[in-house]
Design a protein around this ligand. Structure first.
Ligand code: ST9
Ligand code: FAD
Length: 620
């Protein structure tokens, strides 16, 4: 039986009933991807995801890749390789490729809906399959040579990696020391050790293309300190003919010198890569320009969205597994009959605390799915504008603002709830490997760590996406939220929830205002200022990240509830009746149980002082 429980009904609801994606499907660059085709694609992928892709999820965990230090190679489990071949043969990666690269253009909202299904079924599988998508970065930023390589990567379905982290350069990517030395033939030799590289070695593809940040040496105007001195190099595992793609048979000097043993996503190899130890590690400068960090952020932005989507996909399947279990597990008597020792035993769905837990899981899983798909719909605007030769700067800013929320808030809420609520619903059975929950918890933890930890997402949100943006995207978002607060839709039945949302939005405004005032007081020369006040800001960036996430999810759930209430006024099948009732219930639950807590967050933010910063380390 498949571990993966998808929720295609809710994906359709978001795409078509709430976010109106028929505006883009079948239009402009997506002329060939109309509503019916999109539904067919999602239905087909859901089938594959819940069957052939999901079946090897547990096996990959129990039989992790085996590293051979002699050959510096890795053997993945055969079952997993079969799922990988199925995924690549299905060719769904084409949905993420532009037409110029042989892709089947589809709007980002459809792509992320598809990705949720694949990531929920078998996240590592999906990450290994990202080579063709990586190729688009070469194609977008590259010279003719790089564009040719991009096409080869796709045609031959090569693997690819993003290579930033080093032992002393994790969050602080700019501390990286890997060097790139120019060669007379225009190529570069890389020297250094990178750490934690996902898919850095595997035995499923003919070749692997590493996209590596390194610091050029001896080049005027390039290679300075920090992130701005990093350039992006294309470093293949095997040398190949850049015209035909044929392997030359010669191994490049980049080797996996270790594969980490981990808490979760064990089948996803996490490699130490050593460059240029013994044999030269030859690379080519992407686009022949020294603009590495900006180029790499194109990958990072996509990967942050991917990690957030992975997180919510796992919470959703975690919840649905918990729901199934709760419906059949009989334990104890109804609380209202607890005094009667002969009272019949009931399924645990009868117990108020189990209902509290299930509704909390449902509300967050659905709220986070809406957050992902709403963000993707903003990306649709960016893509539509680009296809028309325009730039939609407002949409770009809004997408930038939402990305740390999708990644940071999405991963924190998902991983915590998977443990405290979804696994908990199973009682002791949740702790056993008989059920997928313990693996979900282990596999979801990584989402708060890679692609920038939650602390980094909070700082990105406040300093870059709010302060540097001068609050434009945040104002745009607040205006959209206010529109729902002020509207009358929902048959007058969501009044209390609207009031709660209004208060929540004000609370976020209060936290932001307090942080900005504090930040100003830390500026050099500020009257009665103190540079150390910036610590008070740093003590609240994660708080703000979570508060904004709560308000955006509440808003999106209430948008969905409005739609559901309208539908509930008409003729419905029993299944639809239950679905829409559930949508209203989860929105109400979220508004009533989550939003009131934000008032306390304001108090905490406003009362922040420097006591914890003044404390000597020894006192911790
Ligand atoms: C990792 C991988 O963890 C985990 C799983 C991988 C799975 C593979 C999945 C496959 C994905 C497929 C991808 C396909 C690609 C498709 C593409 C499609 C088109 N937004 O603030 P400054 C830039 S990997 C955009 O001064 P510091 C910007 O250029 C490891 N750009 O930073 C900026 O210049 P400017 C992940 C941003 O103090 C410049 O950086 N590791 C953004 O020098 C400097 O900015 C991490 O994520 C942004 N939000 O450095 C590291 N931010 O200002 C986390 C910065 O002039 N650490 N730029 O525009 C950080 O993010 C740090 O904050 C730091 C700080 C490194 C940026
Ligand atoms: P550190 O940066 O040392 O952070 C330690 C703690 O300090 C964290 O809690 C962090 O939030 C906090 N912290 C650090 N700096 C600050 C700050 N300035 N302000 C506030 N708090 C701070 N990297 C790649 O390049 N490519 C990959 O494919 C890749 N895949 C990975 C796969 C796995 C399984 C893992 C575990 C990691 C992977 N990484 C990859 C690396 C990953 O991106 C880093 O682990 C992550 O960015 C954090 O860096 P670090 O582990 O060095 O932690």
């Amino acid at each position: 039986m498949s571990h993966y429980k998808s929720n295609l009904r809710d994906i359709f609801f978001n795409l078509f009933e709430v976010l109106g994606r028929d505006e883009v499907l079948g239009h402009g660059p997506y002329e060939d991807m109309d509503h019916d085709t999109a539904v067919a694609v999602l239905t087909e992928i859901e089938h594959l995801a819940t069957t052939k892709l999901a079946t090897t999820y547990a096996d990959g965990d129990r039989h992790p890749p085996v590293y051979d230090p002699e050959t510096k190679s890795v053997a993945l489990p055969e079952s997993f390789k079969r799922s990988y071949a199925t995924m690549m043969d299905a060719g769904f990666y084409n949905l993420e490729l532009p037409a110029e690269l042989g892709g089947q253009p589809s709007p980002p909202s459809l792509q992320w809906a598809v990705n949720e299904l694949n990531l929920g079924a078998n996240p590592a599988l999906f990450m290994y399959s990202a080579g063709p998508k990586f190729a688009t970065v070469l194609w977008q930023n590259g010279t003719e040579r790089d564009r040719r390589i991009a096409q080869i990567m796709i045609d031959r379905q090569w693997g690819a990696t993003m290579v930033l982290t080093e032992p002393d350069a994790g969050s602080d990517v700019g501390a990286g020391r890997t060097r790139a030395i120019p060669q007379p033939d225009g190529s570069w030799h890389l020297e250094g050790v990178k750490r934690f590289i996902t898919s850095g070695e595997q035995d499923m593809t003919e070749n692997i293309v590493h996209l590596v940040l390194a610091r050029p040496v001896g080049v005027e105007g390039a290679g300075g300190p920090g992130t701005k001195g990093l350039s992006l190099f294309i470093v293949p595992k095997w040398h190949f003919d850049h015209e035909t793609g044929e392997l030359t048979g010669e191994r490049n000097g980049v080797f996996a010198t270790n594969v980490e043993k981990k808490m979760g996503i064990k089948v996803s190899t996490t490699c130490e890569l050593t460059f240029g130890d013994g044999a030269p590690a030859q690379g080519w400068l992407l686009g022949e320009v020294h603009d590495g960090i900006a180029q790499m952020f194109q990958v990072i932005e996509h990967a942050r969205m991917l990690v957030g989507t992975k997180a919510i996909a796992m919470l959703s399947t975690g919840y649905l597994n918990a729901l199934d279990y709760a419906k059949s597990r009989v334990q104890g008597a109804d609380l209202a009959a607890a005094g009667d020792r002969t009272a019949p035993r009931v399924t645990i769905t009868h117990h108020p605390d189990v209902r509290r837990s299930l509704m909390t899981q449902k509300a967050y899983a659905e709220g986070l799915r809406s957050l992902v798909l709403y963000t993707a719909s903003v990306q649709d605007r960016v893509a539509m504008a680009a296809a028309e030769g325009r730039t939609d700067a407002d949409a770009e800013r809004l997408n930038d603002l939402l990305l740390p929320v999708v990644k940071g808030y999405g991963s924190e809420r998902s991983w915590v709830l998977l443990g405290t609520e979804s696994l908990q619903t199973f009682g002791g059975s949740g702790f056993l490997t008989d059920y997928p929950l313990e693996q979900y918890v282990r596999d979801a933890k990584i989402d708060t760590l890679y692609e920038g930890t939650t602390a980094i997402q909070g700082q990105d949100l406040f300093f870059r996406k709010i302060v540097k943006d001068q609050g434009r995207a945040l104002t745009d978002l607040s205006t959209q939220i206010s529109a729902l607060i002020e509207a009358e839709a929902g048959n007058g039945q969501l009044k209390e929830e609207r009031d709660l949302l209004e208060r929540g939005l004000e609370n976020v405004g209060e936290i932001v205002a307090s942080m900005i005032m504090t930040l100003r007081s830390s500026a050099p020369g500020a009257p009665e200022g103190d540079v150390r006040n910036v610590y008070k800001v740093g003590l609240n960036t994660t708080r703000l990240l979570m508060a904004i996430g709560d308000v955006v999810c509440a808003w999106l759930l209430l948008r969905g509830a409005e739609v559901a209430l309208t539908r509930l006024g008409g003729e419905l099948s029993a299944a639809d009746q239950a679905f829409y009732e559930g949508k209203v219930a989860s929105a109400r639950w979220f508004a009533r149980t989550v939003l009131p807590k934000l008032a306390a967050e304001v108090q905490i933010a406003e009362a922040t002082d420097l006591a914890v910063m003044d404390l000597p380390e020894a006192a911790f």
